[in-house]
Design a protein around this ligand. Structure first.
Ligand code: EPU
Length: 430
């Protein structure tokens, strides 16, 4: 008997390439907004309702983690849930969940802020890099928490509560900024976060915290100022659209001959990406108040891309653009500046006939005429998306192994793609 998890890990996504794709792809709520906003529900004993939650593996894992801590969660449907943590039943985020989802670290700040204690398994490295959490821990220490690393767990104590501090992040960190913002809203006095992340997901979290009664200024700028309050209220909040899913759909649309309309494309979060699309010869054109279509020139132009923090080019779209640039007429370059090991999809694209070489942190992509179906493996969430796009536009059948990564971040992706004419199915690889 194989378990559900073992079954998932053996699942292979089989895609028949070159089908005509046509119809509407709707962008779901952002995973990377949903996770911190869910963690923020720890900060109050009142009810918080989240709408437009994506129905994803990572969201399910965060629900399980919150329930383990003592949250009562009621879901009206797959996308609307209410959360209430009246009194905690555990202060531990255990290894089992943290090892499956690094974003579990987001419960550390809110738990210490509200309860004065938390234990979170130390997230290890993952397939895209070492990904330490030292900056989260240093900032919490500056706020008066005592941190111990024992038996693979981070133990954070602040029995008398956290105190405001002036924090300068040496490196821009998205979940680090979110964790400390959540810790600071209930701390005594003022916290200033310098070199804060500017991502729309950080701003969305601040927006919800403010609705709960937090005093935050400067979100979306490198300097966030937070004046701690005694307690927070409940609220109702709608998660913003997923800019990475939207960008992924735009790449697919540009490479498909059909006519794909993208619904909920968040233009305002993708300004830089839209400019890069334009440089390649791809145009995002609004057709309705919440819909866009993608028009392209016959010949796609090669470009050089550097991944950087928001508002520049997101690392989370790097792999998908690598698939896109395989079809450019000439040589492109992509330099990955955020994670040290985020090129695992290169060898897989090369298996499909791509011509990509890696020199240090730069991938050199020579345009080719066609990709051909092959057995490939998904190495992380965004790499899986790149392989799915490649499979959909390649000649023949592509089998993507380890496809479970995809389900962490793309809501109902099989159904969405089938609805626009894709022919794909899952098999269990015995
Ligand atoms: N870093 C440190 N020390 C720290 C924290 C970060 O050295 O304490 C380094 C990291 O190793 C990395 C860089 O700083 O080299 C930036 O990492 P960051 O902390 O910003 O990444 P994250 O918060 O762990 C979030 C997203 C990622 C996304 C990155 C970068 C969530 C839940 N995750 O991760 O999303 O790639 O920001 O934009 O918001 C994904 O969705 O596929 C994904 C990986």
């Amino acid at each position: 008997m194989i378990t559900q998890v073992e079954k998932m890990q053996k699942e292979v996504l089989v895609i028949e390439g070159k089908r005509k794709l046509q119809g509407i792809l709707r962008v779901s709520g952002a995973k990377n907004s949903a996770l911190p906003n869910m963690a923020a529900t720890i900060l109050t004993d009142k009810e918080v309702i989240l709408e437009n939650l994506p129905d994803l593996l990572d969201v399910k894992l965060m629900k399980q983690l919150l329930e383990d801590i003592g949250s009562h969660i009621d879901c009206i449907d797959n996308n609307v849930c209410s959360f209430r943590l009246s009194s905690p039943k555990s202060f531990v985020a255990n290894y089992d969940i943290v090892s499956k989802m690094r974003a579990s670290i987001l419960v550390l700040g809110p738990m210490v802020a509200r309860f004065g204690y938390a234990e979170v398994a130390l997230p290890g490295g993952c397939s895209i890099g070492a990904r330490p959490v030292d900056l989260h821990l240093k900032a919490l220490e500056m706020m008066g928490a005592k941190i111990e690393l024992q038996h693979g767990y981070i133990k954070a104590y602040a029995p008398k509560g956290l105190k405001g501090a002036h924090i300068f992040f040496e490196k821009i960190t998205v979940t680090g900024t979110e964790n400390i913002m959540m810790a600071a809203v209930l701390a005594e006095g003022q916290t200033i976060i310098e070199n804060a992340a500017l991502e729309p997901e950080v701003v969305d979290l601040a927006k919800m915290l403010k609705k709960m009664g937090a005093d935050i200024q400067g979100e979306g700028t490198p300097r966030i100022v937070i004046n701690g309050v005694k307690e927070l209220n409940g609220t109702k909040h709608t998660i913003i659209p997923d800019r990475i899913e939207a960008g992924t759909f735009a790449v697919l649309s540009a490479l498909s001959d059909g006519k794909i309309i993208i619904q909920n494309y968040p233009m305002e979060y993708l300004e830089y990406v839209n400019e890069v699309f334009k440089d390649i010869g791809i145009y995002i054109l609004p057709v309705d108040k919440d819909k866009v279509i993608i028009k392209r020139e016959e010949r796609l132009k090669p470009v050089d891309i550097q991944t950087k923090e928001y508002p520049l080019f997101p690392t989370d779209l790097q792999a998908q653009f690598m698939t896109l640039l395989c079809f450019a007429d000439g040589v492109s370059q992509i330099t990955e500046n955020i994670f040290e090991n985020r090129f695992m999809h290169v060898s897989e694209l090369n298996r499909m006939g791509a011509d990509i070489k890696i020199v240090d942190r730069t991938a050199i992509i020579k345009g080719i005429k066609e990709l051909t179906g092959a057995d490939v493996k998904a190495t992380d969430l965004r790499a899986s998306a790149a392989m799915v796009i490649a499979g959909l536009v390649a000649d023949g059948i592509t089998k993507i192994h380890n496809i479970y990564h995809l389900d962490r971040g793309y809501e109902h992706i099989d159904t969405k793609l089938k609805n626009i004419g894709a022919n794909l199915w899952r098999e269990i690889n015995e």
